[in-house]
Design a protein. Structure first.
Length: 299
């Protein structure tokens, strides 16, 4: 019988076969998975011919098919298989937008009763780490006080002051992450594409404002933690602009914390003492493109 409310994966254990119904919005994120990315068992059995208009994908297989295994206990016959979700790579091989998932499936049949009279509802549960990996990340960008201890109560500055900005990302149960700031743009209006505009972080993590004369702009070392990034920017205004407001828009993203910084994932400031670009982490080579303007783009 159908389960209500209908779960992401529903299993019907029948006398000689099992039927698995998979919701296309498998993780509840609003992003449907493709039928071709789903398979059943180690034999990678495909689903029935899917109807793109339907919100579900269905598998039907005999109990012994698709690489299933059988366990015999004193009271039960237990058939086990696995639903696999293997997302296809995105157009850019350097980024990953989804993680694989494995949903264990079991059908329990009593050894001392007539199984045709009704099926035992199986238990299944996706791995918590897989579900957590699909959670939406929560990014924030805050103005901090002089000690970096709390958010600054006032957003007013005078020329000569330094803006202390802290970017963070949080996601409960997620694999460890490292945060980067690809680009930050200041504009005189809320429209980040308006003119005048000044990109003080650009080229995928180069704090270009630190290259200007008489500025102390820089990424702050060390990080408080991998998922946080702090940077200083000297206060400025647009020449000839009578207004007193600046709007700052930043593009933030993450990479696995275990992955070393590279030309796509970097935080680089210009050192006036050495006359060279220096990374917050990693080798100096990852910042070499900040002068040439030929930094690779990861998205």
């Amino acid at each position: 019988r159908a389960l209500s409310p209908r779960p992401a994966v529903a299993v019907r254990c029948q006398e000689g076969q099992l039927a698995v119904t998979v919701r296309r919005d498998l993780f509840g994120t609003g992003r449907p998975v493709r039928a071709a990315e789903l398979s059943l068992g180690t034999a990678s059995c495909p689903p029935l011919s899917p109807n793109p208009a339907q919100a579900f994908v269905t598998f039907v297989a005999a109990l012994h098919e698709c690489g299933s295994t059988l366990q015999v206990s004193p009271d039960s016959l237990i058939y086990r298989t696995t639903l696999f979700y293997k997302p296809t790579r995105s157009g850019n091989p350097l980024i990953v937008r989804a993680t694989p998932a494995e949903v264990p499936i079991e059908c329990h049949y009593p050894r001392r009763s007539n199984v045709s009279s009704g099926a035992v509802r199986p238990t299944w549960a996706p791995f918590r780490s897989t579900v957590a990996a699909e959670e939406r990340l929560r990014f924030s960008l805050r103005l901090m006080d002089d000690e970096w201890s709390r958010e600054r109560l006032s957003n007013g500055f005078q020329l000569g002051d330094s803006l202390r900005l802290q970017a963070d990302v949080t996601s409960e149960g997620h694999v460890p992450l490292r945060l980067f700031v690809d680009r930050c743009v200041a504009t005189a209006t809320p429209d980040r594409s308006s003119s005048p505009r000044y990109a003080f972080i650009d080229l995928g993590g180069c704090l270009v404002d630190s290259r200007a004369e008489d500025t102390g702009s820089a990424f702050v070392s060390p990080r408080p933690r991998p998922e946080s990034l702090r940077f200083l920017v000297d206060a400025f205004k647009f020449a000839g602009d009578a207004g007193n407001l600046l709007y700052i828009s930043c593009h933030l993203r993450v990479s696995p914390a275990a992955q070393a910084p590279n030309p796509w994932n970097k935080a680089c400031s210009f050192s006036k003492a050495s006359g060279l670009w220096a990374p917050l982490e990693g080798s100096a080579a990852i910042c070499s493109c900040c002068d040439t303007g030929s930094c690779p783009s990861a998205a």
